[in-house]
Design a protein around this ligand. Structure first.
Ligand code: PEP
Ligand code: MG
Length: 606
């Protein structure tokens, strides 16, 4: 991380403190200005004593009690928060505290090695931590801090202490090595101005929490703890990923102006979230939400989404003990349909495998290359009974409203035909069983591989809709692992190959009169809205909180200028040139717009 020391300025014959500018990862958009509150947390001292055999039962019970106590602590924090993604994170942590494998391992250490409860808990946490440390996947590595925070809470509960709360005065900028999601949730209540952490990346849970609670945050600022003391003024620029310690007085004034403009812009965007997204020259763009977990179902409507463009049903198979039944698929889909009717709900059939494993579904073991292995539709066709179970539930739910079924990672006509045949078979099974089901459910495909994009015309002839999943399309086209930080710089949504593929799919859809939407992270990044609409995409599906800003951009634009920019961008021969054009255009037209904290893009624009 860079450090650029700033000006010295003379004041009253004494040197003013040195201004320091540090850079990190822009984790949550917005600008926070306040006084530093440095969190100095000492690690908990873990008692490591051996127990007697007769104490085994007692120690095991203490573990159960402590787990329950921590779940209750988290429940209390959750109860004080507004609805949103942040609550899901806390809920996931509560679920981790119920993980039977974790509990079993802890109890085994107590029973077989006669370790006291605190020692057993921390040993298991260390083992998991080590395992995550070795993970290739950035997402799993980020989960290390979850384990540390949770095990510390449990150990404190065991020794009869409460986890010390961080209580900064309102308006503070909290500076810490790392923060747990629970800490971050409390900070929201205390109205802090910003968060800076030395550890963490964009997908760390505290970053996601900060984003969801709209607290400006910069994470991964190496060495920040040694460079600032409590009480010193700090600016957190969560837009550019910059932290300024001890800014000059005139800089504070100009940053305050920037902050106020940013906040006014955000407020306006939120106020208008329910208005439709129609360009000034009359082009209607549909904005839908992506959802992952059923508890999220309110989120899309709260942010003004016109239905669900991607329901990631595979999460129903993850982090749980039993496979979802036909009945559960039916009830879940019905609940989402009820919430969004008359808008459509597009349920993607389970997209398991590769980065989304489920211990409940047998996978090809030791795949050398899981991203290219038995995943998504390939797995569904192999695990046909599971697939049919889901399809039957969905066809039954479709009686209640406009449900659509979407098949993931299709790469050939044969695969599509096999998928369509499975839908037909599920229908026949329901017919034979005398169950009520919808006979006319639209079925579509995701376009996530270059192969699918290149045969979009052939696919379009057989489906009711197509949806471009740019997260995977970029990964497979550019041969860049979407979760590998080391090749992050190559993950370029504006690469000419990607733009040409999106255009080809949009054109194939238009020729066949088959709607084409786009549901990858590109849809959520305001920098790409003009290019996507210019390419002919008029249905976008994105994380719910991005809907208001994307609608705002569309309402403030002309389709004609979007197309004109798109032509220019298509003529550029590199992602770098395309990015420069796009950023310059957006800055010109939306000077108040600053980058959305959750943006997935990697082309540097600042
Ligand atoms: C995609 O690949 O763009 C997509 C939306 O699916 P997921 O991110 O769930 O793989
Ligand atoms: Mg995908």
């Amino acid at each position: 991380m860079n450090e650029a020391s700033g000006e010295f300025s003379a004041s009253g014959g004494r040197e003013a403190p040195i201004r320091v500018e540090l850079s990190g990862v822009a984790a949550s958009s917005g600008i926070g200005i306040g006084v530093a509150f440095v969190v100095d947390r000492r690690r908990v001292q873990i008692p490591r004593t051996k127990i007697e055999r007769e104490q085994i039962e007692e120690e095991t019970r203490r573990v159960q009690d402590a787990l329950r106590a921590v779940r209750q602590q988290i429940e209390a924090i959750k109860g004080r928060l507004p609805h949103g993604e942040h609550r899901q994170i806390l809920k996931a942590q509560q679920m981790m505290l119920r993980d039977p494998d974790l509990i079993e391992r802890t109890e085994t250490l107590i029973r077989e090695e006669l370790r006291c409860a605190e020692w057993a808990v921390s040993t298991v946490a260390d083992e998991i931590h080590e395992m995550l440390d070795r993970a290739d996947d950035a997402y799993f590595r980020e989960r290390r801090s979850d384990i540390i925070f949770l095990s510390e809470r449990v150990v404190l509960a065991l020794i009869g202490e409460n986890t010390p709360e961080i209580v900064p005065p309102p308006g503070s900028v909290v500076i810490a090595h790392d923060l747990s999601p629970a800490d971050t949730a409390q900070l929201h209540r205390l109205q802090v101005a910003g968060i800076v952490t030395a550890a963490g990346g964009k997908t760390s849970h505290s970053a996601i929490m900060a984003r969801s609670l709209q607290i400006p945050a910069v994470v991964g600022v190496a060495g920040v703890l040694g460079k600032v003391q409590s009480g010193e003024p700090v600016v957190v620029d969560g837009v550019r990923g910059v932290v300024i310690v001890r800014p000059a007085a005139d800089e504070v004034v100009s940053r305050e102006g920037e902050r106020d403009r940013y906040n006014a812009f955000e407020e306006r965007v939120q106020r208008e979230h329910a208005f439709p997204a129609i360009t000034q020259d009359g082009l209607r763009v549909v904005t839908r939400a992506n959802l992952a977990i059923t508890e999220d179902i309110e989120l899309g409507s709260r942010y003004g989404a016109e239905g669900i463009g991607l329901f990631r049903s595979e999460y129903m198979y993850m982090n749980r003990e039993a496979l979802p039944t036909e009945e559960e698929h039916y009830r879940t889909a019905k609940a989402v349909i009820r919430r969004y009717t008359p808008y459509p709900v597009i349920v993607r059939t389970f997209d398991l495998g590769s980065d989304k494993p489920s211990k409940l579904v047998s996978f090809a073991k030791n795949e050398a290359n899981p991203a290219m292995g038995l995943r998504s539709i390939r797995l569904a066709l192999r695990e046909r009974e599971l697939f049919l179970e889901q399809l039957r539930g969905l066809l039954r739910a479709a009686v209640h409203g406009p449900l659509r079924i979407m098949l993931p990672l299709v790469s050939s006509i044969e695969e599509l035909e096999d998928g369509l045949e499975a839908v037909e078979e599920a229908r026949e099974q329901l017919e034979a069983a005398g169950m009520a089901y919808a006979s006319e459910v639209p079925v579509g495909v995701m376009i996530e591989t270059p192969a699918a994009a290149l045969i979009a015309d052939l696919l379009a002839a057989r489906v009711d809709f197509m949806s471009i999943g740019t997260n995977d399309l970029i990964q497979y086209t550019l041969a860049v692992d979407r979760d590998n930080d080391d090749v992050d710089y190559l993950y370029q949504p504006l690469h000419p190959a990607i733009l040409r593929l999106i255009r080809a799919v949009a054109e194939a859809g238009a020729r066949a009169d088959v709607p084409v939407s786009l549901c990858g992270e590109m849809a959520a990044d305001p920098r790409y809205t003009w290019v996507l609409v210019g390419l002919g995409i008029t249905e976008l599906s994105m994380s719910p909180s991005a809907v208001p800003v994307i609608k705002h951009i569309i309402r403030g634009s002309q389709a004609a200028e979007m197309r004109a920019l798109c032509e220019e961008v298509l003529a550029s021969n590199s992602a770098r040139d395309a990015s420069a054009l796009v950023v310059a255009a957006m800055r010109r037209r939306f000077p108040e717009h600053l980058r959305h904290g959750g943006g997935a893009a990697s082309e540097g624009d600042d």
